[in-house]
Design a protein around this ligand. Sequence first.
Ligand SMILES: Cc1cc2nc3c(=O)[nH]c(=O)nc-3n(C[C@H](O)[C@H](O)[C@H](O)COP(=O)(O)O)c2cc1C
Ligand code: SF4
Ligand code: SF4
Length: 404
Amino acid sequence: MPLIKDLSIEMNGVRCENPFFLSSSPVSSNYEMCARAFDAGWAGVVYKTIGFFIANEVSPRFDHVRDGSGWSGFKNMEQISDKPLERNLEMLARLKRDYPEKVVVASIMGSNEQEWQELARLSEEAGVDILECNFSCPQMTSDAMGSDVGQNDDLVARYTAAVKRGSSLPVWAKMTPNIGQMEIPALAAQKAGANGIAAINTVKSLTGIDLNSFTPEPQIRGKSSISGYSGRAIKPIALRFIAQLMQHPEFRLPISGQGGIYTWEDAVHFLLLGSRTLQVTTSVMEHGYRIVEDLKSGLSHYMQDKGFERVEDMVGLSLQNTVAAEELNRDRIIYPHFDHKSCIGCGQCHLSCQDGAHQAIHWDHQSRKPTLDKAKCPGCHLCLNVCPVAGCITPGEVISKQAC
Ligand SMILES: Cc1cc2nc3c(=O)[nH]c(=O)nc-3n(C[C@H](O)[C@H](O)[C@H](O)COP(=O)(O)O)c2cc1C
Ligand code: SF4
Ligand code: SF4
């Protein structure tokens, strides 16, 4: 079905028919997969990271944390591509030849400056549009590669500069979230000539532990190790890093945002905090390439509803409303309002207010309806957060604390 809005956007002078890219991972690891993704409607792919190093992967390599019907988080132990460099370069060249309107990004990873420079040169020769430096894979087996590089601003600067020497293409530096201040490596990349930032890669994690063998999952001959977490659970972490980068006074680069994008609403959140393009892996691993149809159609309808003509018009709009804690208003209380008509009498608000808040809800055992004791309520809104009925508890009367 044709979209009601033009979703195109530019990043580093490269036109993208919509903001949606596959991120570098198994979802983009060969020609045939990327071609199917393009046919499904993705604007671009960041191809599975290539390098001189060829991964020898563990089996099994995944684990997940489930919440209801789907994954709330996904753990992987995968490294970079397990195919020879020449084969990957040949597939990248073929992709660009067969899909000239789509954006092909080569994700690269070297172990020294010469390798980074050479990978950049070879990828440009293959015809890709953009280079993404993978400074952030948390499960490499060498300190010279992966997320340890992304924690070291000196290495980020040296490797970015090497990539810039090897090619004239736009270069994105992909950041690790396994760090306190992402601004430090991001500014180092900017200073060394990077043209964009990709954020975030996976979060170092341990998920479940087998209660009989006492081994974390996934178990590889009775052992496991710390490795990257992705999907829904990491979206708040990604948004925080992106907002902090965008608000840093010296930061000037466009961002390709990622980490837990499942729905068009998630996509809008990333755009509103300053991402220009969006990348996705985990939800594609769970639901397939076809999710791009919902992402595009939802974004398009949202733009229509809000009166945005271009995707660009919404980029960064929420930054002005994202402030330091000391700048927040602390003079008011907003009491919750209980709609007794829609209340199903479950008692959840009362229970949480009793044991997790301020004992400000009176519970009528006969009618099974809550009423508020304003004298005790500081307006924390735990009750709104736990109520299972949408719109049943809403923000109500607003008072000034001085009036109390
Ligand atoms: C199985 C798996 C393999 C991945 N491999 C790579 C990789 O080779 N290069 C890279 O830059 N990121 C890699 N990633 C990270 C993703 O590109 C992405 O940054 C991360 O998963 C967060 O996005 P998501 O929550 O949409 O998955 C991988 C992620 C997963 C789940
Ligand atoms: S806002 Fe907080 S204190 Fe007030 S009723 Fe709700 S949970 Fe209780
Ligand atoms: S949590 Fe909501 S539905 Fe349940 S008793 Fe409270 S107001 Fe009613």
